[in-house]
Design a protein around this ligand. Structure first.
Ligand code: NAD
Length: 353
């Protein structure tokens, strides 16, 4: 073989080799375990993952989730409090990441029965982290909450604001964020804790929406009161003497599909070598409870029957977040305004039985 021929031979051999697969190669494992995938936010995340070419696997015990919402991938019916359940699920499906949304979420209940919350949210998390460690799952996206901050000393809140949760629910989220930092240091498990402000809205064309039992969130309560007319109970607005534009509480609402999108952006960030961090998901501005009632009237021409009640303990006047860090680090910005949040939620509640 002369030199030129030998080089041609080497070159043609190299061309038959497959290139190293890029992370987005569709033949790669794009399976993601979604704990709490039968719940309000989890079911929308599963829908969105499927839309984007991923393969969601729901892990849920249906303590508050809905069977009919699990339509976008496989289901493992299991309880995070049973280490075998979660170990077997991870072993069987071998996901590239876990999106961890399973949790108890009622602030008031967490005050009355804190151990129920520490047991489910924290012990469940330890079982999940052990299973991820045993099976070398490298990434977690965790549903944290604005509740980690406690009473704001300034607004809009950014991630530098001190975290002093004022109820056991918020404590469970804060403690988990600390666990995740330690698991990164010790085992190299990388995570993004997404501190959601108020998740809201729906995907009505997918027949997905917000249905908690009991319901404590303003938008579904407000829409039910409006759509059921006199048959519905009047909405209770807690407090009318806060230092806000109209005396009622001011909150930051994020469309559920914008939240779902943040989960995928957080995963891309980690897969691109990003470090463990916590980031707020807010819209940068808020709407008061009274303004929400006015918007329902403007958008749908319907009055919301409501009455004022005393302030609730632990309700800050204003809970609004910046999204600078989410934009800078994850490339995420909220896309859907409050009018879209309300319109999608309204449409979904019209179809709810
Ligand atoms: N809804 C909001 O506005 C909001 C705001 C901030 C943070 N979050 C967080 O987002 C996540 C999802 O909230 P959501 O509104 O969809 O609640 P949800 O109650 O609708 O969903 C929670 C899901 O987790 C499941 N689950 C609970 N404990 C489990 C366990 N031990 N094993 C297996 N499955 C279990 C439930 O069956 C349910 O399907 C929660 O972690 C919550 O703390 C929600």
């Amino acid at each position: 073989m002369n030199i030129t021929f030998r080089w041609l031979f080497v070159l043609s051999f190299c061309m038959t080799l497959k290139p190293i697969q890029s992370q987005e190669d569709p033949s790669m494992n794009l399976r993601i375990l979604v704990t709490g995938g039968a719940g309000y936010i989890g079911s929308h995340v599963c829908y969105y993952l499927k839309e984007q070419g991923f393969e969601p696997v729901t892990f849920d015990n249906f303590s508050t989730g809905h069977r009919e919402a699990v339509r976008f991938g496989s289901l493992v019916e299991g309880d995070l409090l049973n280490p075998e359940h979660i170990n077997q699920a991870i072993q069987k499906y071998n996901p590239i990441a876990v999106m961890h949304l399973a949790s108890f979420i009622q602030v008031g209940e967490s005050v009355k029965d804190p151990l129920k919350y520490y047991q489910n949210n924290n012990v469940g998390m330890i079982n999940l982290l052990n299973a991820m460690k045993n099976h070398h799952v490298p990434y977690m996206i965790f549903s944290s909450s604005a509740a980690v901050y406690g009473n704001p000393t300034y607004t809009p809140l950014d991630e530098d604001h001190p975290c002093y949760p004022i109820n056991p629910y918020g404590q469970t989220k804060w403690m988990i964020e600390q666990m995740l930092k330690d698991c990164d240091k010790a085992y190299g498990l990388k995570s993004v804790s997404l501190r959601y402000f108020n998740a809201a809205g729906a995907a009505p064309e997918q027949n997905l929406g917000e249905a908690h039992e009991p319901e404590s969130h303003l938008i579904p309560l407000m829409i039910k009161a409006a759509q059921k007319g006199d048959a519905g109970k009047p909405l209770k607005i807690f407090g009318r003497d806060y230092s806000t534009r109209d005396g009622t509480c001011l909150r930051d609402y994020i469309h559920i599909l914008d939240l779902a999108d943040a989960h995928l952006k957080a995963l891309s960030y980690l897969r691109g070598g990003g470090e463990t961090l916590s980031v707020n998901l807010g819209s940068g501005h808020g709407t008061t409870n009274f303004e929400m009632i006015q918007k329902i009237k403007e958008l749908f021409g319907v009055d919301v029957p409501f009455e004022y009640a005393d302030r609730r303990e632990g309700d800050p006047a204003v809970l609004v977040s910046t999204y600078e860090k989410a934009e800078k680090v994850l490339g995420w910005t909220p896309q859907r305004p409050i009018e879209t949040v309300l319109t999608d939620a309204w449409k979904w509640h019209q179809t709810e039985k």
